[in-house]
Structures are given as structure tokens and as C-alpha cells.
Write a protein that binds this ligand. Structure first.
Ligand SMILES: Cc1cc2nc3c(=O)[nH]c(=O)nc-3n(C[C@H](O)[C@H](O)[C@H](O)COP(=O)(O)OP(=O)(O)OC[C@H]3O[C@@H](n4cnc5c(N)ncnc54)[C@H](O)[C@@H]3O)c2cc1C
Length: 459
């Protein structure tokens, strides 16, 4: 780790030097503090690799019991971007220095392979492991001795992080904070107004938020059940396709807000991404064959638990409707960032996407396809709170188009800035697949392609 160097300070005239010494001393003292990275997903770990590479002190704080905890929730899902775009360049270099062998770069890994074959080896490196705190949740961040309103001396004060580790509270100090906590653990509700109602909260036992492992862990959960899948994206399509293959008496209802079912099929054979087009065609066939009951546009207002199951009521084309009762619901309705633990931090967040404000015009899903996101770095991600950054999936807020490759460039630039390499911080470059990649989740389509054999996830 870097030592503090005061010898460069003594230059210039007397008064100027004295002032400079004070400033540099303060800066140096602050520099002794680590940079705190919150969240050990692919982007938080990449930040750690970049900091380790520059010899800078850091702490990587992860609430889960493993790195890549959020990804392990969808470990059975095949990524749509190949290894080539999923590995950070500096992380790769450090790993290879330790004799790690990179996977075949043009293959598409499952989520669990991404964690097992890349993130865990990275986290176990001697450059990172001693500074990684697992099972440790950041519950609040503030500036030392200041509340949000106080401006005096704010930039020079350190950050204070409140942590919870195995039921014990801790307080640590940091000179900068990189929030890489993702959005996965904060799903949107199925309520059409995007509001968490008491009824929906009370039905959590019967609502699965995310992508169930229908061929593996959740194989029997839906046997002979009436299942409603809510959402119009590729996650919902994947879920329905997998449910339909179970052949175990499951009855599928598909609920969306889209104007028409055709909007969900996408480009089919005209899609730039073959696999994505294929998903659209397969669901089209399934609907045409009458194997799925479709309600669209349908705006869910209320869920009522009865002895016979769950009754869903809502609005369709101007009139109130009640749908046939179901037993289980699968919610594929996206997720949102959690700002609760950074309430004391001065933030600039876009009021529509909830992304980092300056990023919003680049990523607004109404304006951009996934592959057209311009590369961006420290300058775009800068917050009013100096040396505080939101990166990775969370930097995109509610926009669903984030790619790991984008996150790796974000943290490269931020680390360059925080370590005084300002020219490098400004030069942002991003190498993305030409066709653009959207939210296509190739759920273990072929058992031979699965890391875990027979399409059943071991992760
Ligand atoms: C099904 C699916 C498929 C995807 N496929 C691709 C793909 O093919 N290619 C691609 O580029 N992108 C893909 N993405 C998008 C994105 O790249 C991933 O979601 C990626 O995991 C985001 O990385 P991240 O590090 O920003 O966040 P995450 O991976 O979500 O990591 C956040 C980490 O922070 C931890 N954490 C959260 N809160 C706290 C706290 N308070 N204190 C401490 N730790 C905390 C979590 O436990 C988690 O480990 C996909 C996303 C999904 C959902």
C-alpha cells in the first residue's frame, strides 16, 4: 500500500509553502483512510482490482455470504454477453499474474459460472481477500460529524459508514465511497401504479420476485398450479417458456401493461440478436397455440387472498376486471435503486430514471437502444458530495440496459481520478458488442450448455 509522501510539499515561496503544507498534510492524512467500496458484485470487485493495482488502500464491503450474491440469485440464467465483455481488463491481468486461466472468451456463461469462474477467484487473490468483508451490510453513510445541511468543512471531512456484521454494529471511516450495490434486491411491485400495497406485501409467500430456477430448485413449486407471470420483458418470456416445458399441469396466465401482445414479441426474425428474436418467436407460437392466457393491457390494482387462491383485480381498456384465481405469481417487473442508506449524502439523481443525473440523457430507454450508450466515466458520475460515486447497475437507476463492460469503464475512470491520474480519468473508452445487447436471458436453453449439467443449477 502507498506511503504518505510529504517531501514533495516543500516548494514555492514561504507563505505559499506553509498553506500548501497544511492543505497537503490534510489531504495526506485523509489519504491514509481507505476508499470504501460497497457491494462485491462484478463492478465493486473491478473497483477493488483497480485500487489494488494502484496500491491504494480500500475496503470492499458485501452484505451477502459470497461475492456476486445478487448474481447467484439468477445463477441458472445464461448471460447474453460473452466472457469477453464480462471480465474487467485489470482484474484479468492480476488474475493471470496468479496463473488463472481465462474461460473461452466467446462463450456465454451462466450466472453461476460468472461467479465461480471469475468473481470468486478474483476475490480470493491476496491483493483483495484481506480487504473484503463478507456478511457485512452498510446501513448508513454520512460525513463525519455533519448532517446533510452543513456545508462548512464538508469537502475535507471523511465519510463515516455504519455497518452491521452478524448482528454487531460497527462504524468505519473512509476518504471516498464507491456505491456498487446494484438494484436486484429491490424489485418493483406488481401493482400497476408501482406502489407496494399492504395486500401485496402480505402475499410475499406466493409471489416470486425474480427468475425462478424452474428446471432446478423450483421444479416442483409450480406443479399443477395456476401461475400468473407479470411483466412484458424477456425475463417474463423466459419464465413462461420454461414453465410451459414442465408438462406437469401448470396453467399459465400472462399479465402485462403493453398495448398489445405483439409489442412483447419484438423483432422476431428481424432482431439483430438471433437469440433474442428466437425468444419472441417461441412465445408467439406458444400464445397462438392457446397454451398461455394473456391479459394485456392489464393494470393490476388489487390482490385478494381467498381460500381458493389469489384473485387479481385491475383495469383493462377503461373497465374494472377480475381475473380467474391463481395460486402463485411470478413478478418480472424490474427493480429500483435503494437510497435509504445514503440519505445523508448530497446526491444528484434523475427524477425519472433514478439514475445518476448526468447519465440520464445517455441511457433513457425511450431514446437509446442498449448498444448505443456512450462511454462515460468519473466526470459524468460525479455527485455533489465530493468523492462519493454511484456505479454499476445502480448508476442506471430503474433503466434496465446496464452492461458490466460499462461498469468496468466507470470504475477505471473513478479510480484514476481518486488516485490523481486525472488525464486517464478523462479518457473514457468502451468496447461493446456491435449489435447492442438488451435484456435477453438465455435461461439454460440446452442442457449440454449448462455449467451444471442437465440444465440444473448447482450454484
Ligand atoms: C438476469 C440478468 C441477466 C443479465 N445478463 C447480463 C449480461 O449478459 N451481460 C451484462 O453485461 N449484464 C447483464 N446483466 C446486467 C448487470 O450487468 C448485472 O446485473 C450485474 O450483476 C450488475 O453488477 P453490479 O456489480 O452493478 O451489481 P450486483 O451484481 O447487483 O452487485 C451488488 C452487490 O452489492 C451487495 N449489496 C447490496 N446492498 C448492500 C449493502 N447495503 N451493503 C453491502 N453490500 C450490499 C449485493 O449483495 C451484491 O453482491 C444481467 C442482469 C440480470 C438481472
Amino acid at each position: 500500500m502507498k506511503n504518505i509522501e510529504l517531501k514533495q510539499v516543500n516548494s514555492g515561496g514561504c507563505c505559499e509553502t506553509a498553506a500548501k503544507i497544511n492543505i497537503d498534510l490534510e489531504a495526506s492524512l485523509n489519504k491514509e483512510l481507505p476508499i470504501a467500496i460497497i457491494g462485491a458484485g462484478p463492478v465493486g470487485l473491478a473497483a477493488a482490482a483497480h485500487l489494488a493495482n494502484t496500491g491504494e488502500r480500500f475496503l470492499l464491503i458485501e452484505s451477502g455470504g459470497s461475492v456476486g450474491s445478487n448474481i447467484l440469485n439468477w445463477g441458472h440464467v445464461r448471460l447474453f454477453s460473452p466472457w469477453q465483455y464480462n471480465i474487467d481488463k485489470i482484474a484479468k491481468k492480476i488474475l493471470e499474474d496468479h496463473a488463472w486461466k481465462a474461460p473461452v472468451l466467446d462463450e456465454l456463461p451462466l450466472g453461476c459460472e460468472l461467479v465461480n469462474d471469475y468473481l470468486i477467484p478474483l476475490a480470493n487473490l491476496p491483493e483483495i481477500k484481506p480487504y473484503l468483508l463478507l456478511n457485512t451490510k452498510v446501513v448508513s453513510i454520512s460525513k463525519k460529524g455533519l448532517d446533510k445541511m452543513k456545508s462548512a468543512n464538508r469537502e475535507k471531512s471523511s465519510f463515516i459508514l455504519y455497518l452491521e456484521q452478524n448482528g454487531v454494529s460497527k462504524r468505519i471511516e473512509a476518504r471516498a465511497v464507491i456505491d456498487a450495490t446494484g438494484t436486484w434486491s429491490h424489485p418493483n411491485p406488481i401493482n400497476a401504479d408501482n406502489v407496494w400495497t399492504k395486500e401485496e406485501k402480505g402475499l410475499k409467500q406466493h409471489i416470486y420476485y425474480g427468475i425462478p430456477d424452474i428446471k432446478g430448485e423450483h421444479k416442483d413449486k409450480y406443479k399443477g398450479k395456476r401461475v400468473a407471470v407479470v411483466g412484458g420483458g424477456h425475463s417474463a418470456i423466459n419464465t413462461i417458456l420454461e414453465l410451459s416445458q414442465l408438462n406437469n399441469g401448470v396453467e399459465i396466465t400472462w399479465i402485462m401493461r403493453k398495448k398489445s401482445i405483439e409489442d412483447a414479441y419484438g423483432g422476431e426474425d428481424k432482431d439483430a440478436l438471433e437469440a433474442r428474436g428466437e425468444l419472441g418467436s417461441r412465445i408467439h407460437q406458444l400464445v397462438d397455440a392457446g397454451q398461455v392466457k394473456v391479459y394485456t393491457p392489464f393494470f393490476i390494482h388489487q390482490l385478494i387472498k381467498t381460500n381458493g387462491g389469489i384473485t387479481i383485480t385491475g383495469e383493462s381498456k377503461g373497465s374494472e376486471k377480475t381475473l380467474s384465481t391463481v395460486d402463485e405469481i411470478i413478478a418480472n417487473t424490474g427493480s429500483r435503486p435503494d437510497f435509504s442508506f445514503i440519505r445523508e449524502i448530497r446526491l444528484s439523481i434523475d427524477n425519472a430514471t433514478e439514475s445518476v443525473e448526468a447519465l440520464a440523457p445517455l441511457i433513457d430507454p425511450n431514446l437509446h437502444s442498449c448498444g448505443t450508450v456512450r462511454p462515460h466515466g468519473e466526470e459524468i458520475l460525479r455527485q455533489p458530495e465530493k468523492d462519493f460515486y454511484i456505479v454499476g447497475m445502480k448508476s442506471y437507476g430503474r433503466a434496465p440496459t446496464f452492461l458490466m463492460a460499462t461498469g468496468y469503464e466507470q470504475v477505471r475512470s473513478i479510480v484514476a481520478h481518486l488516485t490523481g491520474n486525472f488525464d486517464s480519468a478523462k479518457k473514457v473508452e468502451l468496447d461493446l458488442p456491435e449489435t447492442g445487447v438488451c435484456s435477453v436471458n438465455l435461461v439454460s436453453q440446452s442442457s449440454t450448455q449448462s455449467c451444471c449439467g442437465n440444465g440444473v443449477s448447482k450454484c
